[in-house]
Design a binder for this molecule. Sequence first.
Ligand SMILES: [Zn+2]
Ligand SMILES: [Zn+2]
Length: 126
Amino acid sequence: MTECAYRCALCGHGKRLTAWALVLMHGPLGADGHLAENGYGEEIEVQEDSISCTKHPDAVIERMLDGAWCRWWSCPECDGRGWISGGSPYPDYPCPAEPRTSAWQPVAHKGWLPVAEALARAGGTS
Ligand SMILES: [Zn+2]
Ligand SMILES: [Zn+2]
């Protein structure tokens, strides 16, 4: 199970997942100013919000963190930003929802939470 970092909640595995990632390429520079083919690529960062299942495009994606499947959670009050728009002409103000932490990582207004905890915070709906 440890070889899977992400999975589709409906598939129960990650074999159908696709994602966008930032990649640094190195290789011969072509005449058009772009890298010629056969460059060497190094993945920099997978865009987590681009991960999706080819069979279930709308399914929840879960991530394995320290031996537990987690779901992405963002604060419903502020949409994970930590700030709430006061609406013109009032300034934005800090989200009043209490910042919380999990055993895995600090979770202020968004972050990966163990599945059970994420479901509990979402009010039991998925
Ligand atoms: Zn799936
Ligand atoms: Zn918040």
